[in-house]
Write a protein of this length. Structure first.
Ligand code: HEM
Length: 486
């Protein structure tokens, strides 16, 4: 039997089909409140909770965790699942072998790549090898900053176009700028024209949109994904055949020259991995819109950033990541028996971890619904309660390798919104429906009369004035409500 201490993260335990149980010791766990080791696990009495999941959205897991405790059983599509919330559960998901991500998310909730040959679904040595490539592509010094510089240039380039229109939808515009910047940063051949860029952004945003939606739109998203992968596959083949250059260090060049063991990665897998970079890059657009919403609700912070103070933008962005309802959960299935915190999880047990609920757990964050950048959260610190993009050691677990990029893009957008443009805020519905996944302010955040900022106090001078704030569909004076919702 393997003794496993989540804190010391000894990951040298068994892999693959090794049937030995992995023992996870609770003794070194941090939050005394988080998990109960009492048996049996409380069960949601509902015979099946599938409809409730789609009806309740982001609050589905948390509501039940509040009622039954941080570990409980329910059934989704009649399949037994143990749901978990809190730092200790995060350590299980991001601290041990013996789990697979394959077939581990509820139907209709495919947030990540479903291709078993891609990093999201690999495990063990194959995963670590592929992950090392992602860390090199995404986290090498200067890479995040280079992407941010391209993103800033795209935003700046958009201002004259925005000036020609009465109003813009911020979510659509940042998605477009992120798609263009991400495409170039990946080393892909220049987009022909604005129409091609717009089609790319629409396809990528459509794939993201479909993350939490069951049914017909799923098929539409599948077609979009297929179209993107086909196009990327052709580009990879052209590059590998020497017909298309790509700057060294760009994801296109790295993926084409990467070897999985002896063999070169197939163009189809390389294309799917390129999409695993492009798609989440555009996904950051939602965080940016939530950051803009928070700036509207927190004019004092906006004033600070508008006045040229950059010291606290990261704290602000991190608090936006904590409070934003985004990827609601991750799933896993045990590939071998695991003894964990007094519970014996058999092989084949389905597990769900509540990412958003953990961020709002009062045991992790006092007064959790208050927006407080003063918490000074950081992706660089190993805080197992702050897990919007996963937890643990990025190289050895499924933790997101795009956190630094996410933060850099958010900071760029925050300073751009506070300093580079001025706008007014027309009447609109900014409510955030927590049943809709992925969530967003209903209007996508419409800005009117966008123009370059003249430095008379920056954009915030406009926001703080009486005009722009009139008739907004949500109270701007108090923070979490708009982020919380209906
Ligand atoms: C909107 C911001 C983002 C969110 C909310 C997010 C969320 C997540 C989460 C929760 C995971 C862990 C999945 C799991 O445990 O199975 C993950 C993994 C991953 N993310 Fe992100 N992510 C974001 C941005 C990015 C960006 C910007 C990139 C790349 C440019 C990226 C690339 C990846 C990759 C490649 C993985 C797979 C890692 C692995 O399986 O080892 N993500 N992301």
């Amino acid at each position: 039997m393997i003794h496993f201490s989540p804190r010391s993260a000894d990951l040298s335990g068994p892999q693959g089909d090794d049937p030995r149980p992995v023992k996870l010791s609770a003794s070194s766990m941090s939050s005394p409140s988080a998990m109960t080791s009492a048996l049996p696990i409380p069960r949601d009495p509902a015979p099946d909770a599938t409809l409730a999941l789609f009806r309740e959205g982001y609050d589905f897991l948390s509501k039940r965790a509040d009622r039954f405790g941080n570990v409980f059983r329910t059934r989704i599509l009649m399949r037994d699942v143990i749901c978990m919330r809190g730092p200790r559960a995060a350590e299980l998901f991001y601290g041990t072998e013996g789990l697979t991500r394959v077939k581990a998310l509820p139907p209709g909730m495919q947030w990540f790549s479903a291709d078993p040959r891609t990093v999201h679904l690999l495990e063990g040595a194959a995963h670590r090898q592929r992950k090392a490539l992602f860390i090199r592509m995404l986290m090498s010094p200067g890479r995040a900053e280079a992407l941010s510089a391209l993103f800033r240039a795209e935003l700046t380039r958009s201002i004259p176009r925005w000036q020609e229109r009465d109003r813009i939808v911020l979510l659509d515009e940042v998605n477009l700028a992120l798609a263009r910047a991400g495409w170039e940063w990946c080393g892909l051949p220049p987009l022909q024209d604005d129409a091609e860029a717009a089609a790319l952004a629409t396809d990528l945003a459509g794939v993201i949109e479909s993350g939490g939606i069951p049914g017909l739109r799923k098929w539409q998203a599948r077609l979009r994904r297929q179209r993107l992968e086909n196009r990327l596959c052709t580009i990879v083949e052209d590059h590998c055949a020497g017909h298309l250059p790509a700057a060294p260090g760009t994801p296109l060049a790295e993926l084409c020259h990467h070897r999985d063991g002896q063999a070169r990665m197939s163009p189809a897998i390389a294309a799917a991995e390129l999409l695993n970079i492009l798609r989440p890059t555009v996904a950051v657009g939602r965080y940016i819109v939530f950051a803009a919403l928070a700036l509207l609700q927190e004019p004092a912070w906006a004033q600070l950033f508008g006045g040229g103070n950059d010291d606290l933008t990261e704290d602000f962005a991190e608090e936006v990541r904590r409070i934003t309802p985004y990827f609601p959960m991750v799933g896993a299935v045990t590939t071998q028996p695991i003894d964990w915190d007094g519970l014996s999880l058999p092989k084949g047990q389905w597990l769900l971890l509540d990412l958003c609920g953990t961020a709002l757990d009062p045991d992790c964050f006092p007064d959790p619904t208050r927006f407080r950048p003063e918490r000074m959260l950081s992706w660089k610190q190993a805080d197992p309660g702050f897990i919007p993009q996963g937890a643990g050691d990025v190289a050895r677990t499924h933790r997101c390798p795009g956190e630094q990029i996410t933060l850099e893009l958010m900071k760029t957008a925050i300073t751009f919104l506070c300093r580079d443009i001025a706008w007014t805020l027309p009447d609109q519905n900014l409510k955030v429906d927590r049943r809709r996944m992925p969530a967003q302010p209903a209007s996508g955040l419409i800005l009117a009369d966008v123009r370059p900022a003249h430095r008379e106090g920056g954009t915030i001078g406009h926001l703080a004035g009486s005009g722009p704030r009139q008739g907004v569909g949500v109270a701007l004076t108090n923070r979490p409500e708009a982020l919380q919702t209906e």
